[in-house]
Write a protein of this length. Structure first.
Length: 213
């Protein structure tokens, strides 16, 4: 004879044990991240997502590469990705509520195939650099490039950000924290600590034509 309480027990088990477990699995089945794309990368986005932070939901375990695929942004057009202000590689796994900033390959003096993706010719780049990059600034100026290298109070991080925005200069820095500032639109985070290595890094990553070297 079937137990009269078996049905009640199954209902109780589902409601108080299985149902919450299923709900928890659904909750961790995706991650929600805040994303902002800069400059030319906005051309890949719908107007309501351009030049602002927006929300993206991805499957749990997704990384930068999956995010770029979801956004339909070619990896070849991306130069720098910051997750919560820290540089991140393509395989970096994203966590719930991460803030992801995606920067393009920066402006170039060369009018190669990349230029055809843009509505107008690229401008000659101008740079801003803090006093810790004085050696780099001198090397770039010797190659005929426009570099603002302020000193004193004019060289503090906030002043450098204002200079970059006001004069549309590419901010050169080795500070990932400064690179993560959401106001910045033009930035190059340098890896080398040697001025000559930094020069090569700038020329190579911005694809400056040989005439400037």
């Amino acid at each position: 004879m079937p137990c009269p309480y078996s049905g009640l027990a199954m209902t109780f088990s589902y409601r108080f044990f299985l149902q919450p477990m299923i709900a928890r699995r659904r909750l961790v089945a995706e991650v929600t991240v805040q994303v902002r794309c800069y400059e030319e990368l906005n051309a890949h986005l719908s107007p309501d997502r351009q030049k602002k932070w927006f929300t993206v939901r991805l499957e749990a375990g997704a990384g930068i590469r999956e995010l770029l695929s979801w956004l339909k942004i070619p990896e070849s057009e991306v130069d720098l990705v910051l997750v919560n202000g820290e540089t991140a590689g393509r395989s970096c796994r994203l966590e719930d509520q991460d803030r992801v900033s995606i920067y393009p390959m920066f402006e170039s003096l060369d009018i190669a195939s990349l230029n055809r993706l843009r509505p107008r010719p690229l401008r000659r780049p101008a740079f801003a650099a803090g006093p810790e990059l004085a050696g780099l600034a001198r090397e770039l100026e010797a190659r005929g490039l426009n570099v603002a290298a302020p000193q004193g109070e004019a060289a503090d991080p906030e002043a450098l950000i204002r200079l970059s925005l006001a004069e549309r200069r590419i901010l050169l820095t080795r500070d990932p924290g400064l690179a993560g500032d959401p106001r910045l639109e033009r930035l190059l985070l340098l890896k080398s600590s040697d001025p000559r290595g930094q020069v090569e890094e700038v020329l190579k990553r911005l694809d400056l034509f040989p005439g400037t070297r």
